[in-house]
Design a protein around this ligand. Sequence first.
Ligand SMILES: [Mg+2]
Length: 231
Amino acid sequence: MRAVVFDFFGTLTDPGVEAGRRDAAFATAAALGVPPEAFWTAMASSFTERITGRHGDTRATLAEMARRCGEEPSGARLDAAVAAHHQGSVPLWRPRPGVLGVLAGLRGRGLRLGVLSDCGAELCQGWDGTAYAPLIDATVFSWQERARKPSPRLYATIAERLGVAPGECWYVGDGGSREHQGARDTGMRPVLVTNAGYPGAAAHRDDPDSFTPPDAVDDLTDLPALLETGR
Ligand SMILES: [Mg+2]
């Protein structure tokens, strides 16, 4: 095995911050001038559209969400909402305790590291400024690729960007988006992160996996030992 491909949210990030999504959305709604519950519903029901870039960038996407709430926001409202949305996104990227050390250690073993994430425009734009960026060799973001997991093209693309064959990749994720099914179908070896120490984390996963990998760890910090034994 020559590479490890990671899911982002709930895998590299701290699962404990997922509960903050609703408050972040409410702050965006307030800036946009739309009812918070209606905005939350519009965001939830448009997840696939948003993460595959169907509405364009953050500004265009928020304008569409406002329309679905029955509002036509002014330019100034949209500017404020974009700023609020970016501000609300950053805390959701907080690294899981110990994760940066794990990534550095895996790189030290000579493994190539990739991230394959179902995400909106905000992470694509903010990625280079994150603490993860210097430790990750290649990324594939659904918003940029206009496709979401478990699209086989995304798995093939991350392997290609890492310069390895899919069969040489571990795929590590907390489940959701049928990501492990996609990894297995593409020839990667999937590892589930159960997040056993974070009760309620599963509630934030979209489209849970139909396939549970035989390889599993409770926390990402347990991953290096599993990869060592499974080489
Ligand atoms: Mg995840």
